[in-house]
Design a protein around this ligand. Sequence first.
Ligand code: SF4
Length: 255
Amino acid sequence: MKKELLKLARLNGEPEIFYSIQGEGKSTGVPSVFIRTSLCNLHCIWCDTDYTWNWKGTRFKHVSDADPSYRKFSMDEWIAECEVGDIAAKAASYRCKNIILTGGEPMMQQERLSELMLLLKDLVPGVRFETETNGTIAPAANFDALIDQYNVSPKLSNSNNPKKLREKPDVLRFFAQSPKSVFKFVIADAADLAEVLEIANTYRISEEKVWLMPEGTSASALAHRRVWLVDICKEYGFRFSDRLHVQIWGSKKGV
Ligand code: SF4
């Protein structure tokens, strides 16, 4: 039987694998190889990787709909189906020991990603793996055994996803108790903070596992919210995270 391929995002015609630094959360500043999977089970209205899910023919809404030149994406053009071995070779070529699975929603392709991690363990001695996730899909045991850090980013009502899609109680309980999990939330205003407090309280997520980041896609927008958010972190004992990639590159992709 033909082996299923891993679906990566395609950017500038190539599978999206790049070497940069982690821009936010617990590992901020760590040089890392990013492997961006395609496909997402959510459809956040402000998503900045909408080329992983906002396919032609779907009815999903996006803030860019207001731009007359915005077009939904063709799966043929924006998904790169890749052999796991080819991805491992490319990622290993950077000789970097921190590899971040991102998306889209990487947990949708756990089985192939587990194969990828096993190959990379042989190719890059001492490698560690992080995965970004929206916290709606639980990891299988073999995936969980390979991952070193879950960067869990539950989506709030401002994402425009129905609550029953974006909040899966059993999955959030799993991540809340996993020693490998840290949570991160992008905060624009007091309403966002109230939702984070409710999630943290409901699922017993301890404050030292929570990173809050200011909302904004430009350095000036981040600056506007930074002082306010630092004060909130001091009040509740949450960690503060800036968004280095926005500071350095704005909304540029693949960096
Ligand atoms: S969960 Fe992440 S990738 Fe998926 S739509 Fe939301 S922001 Fe985009």
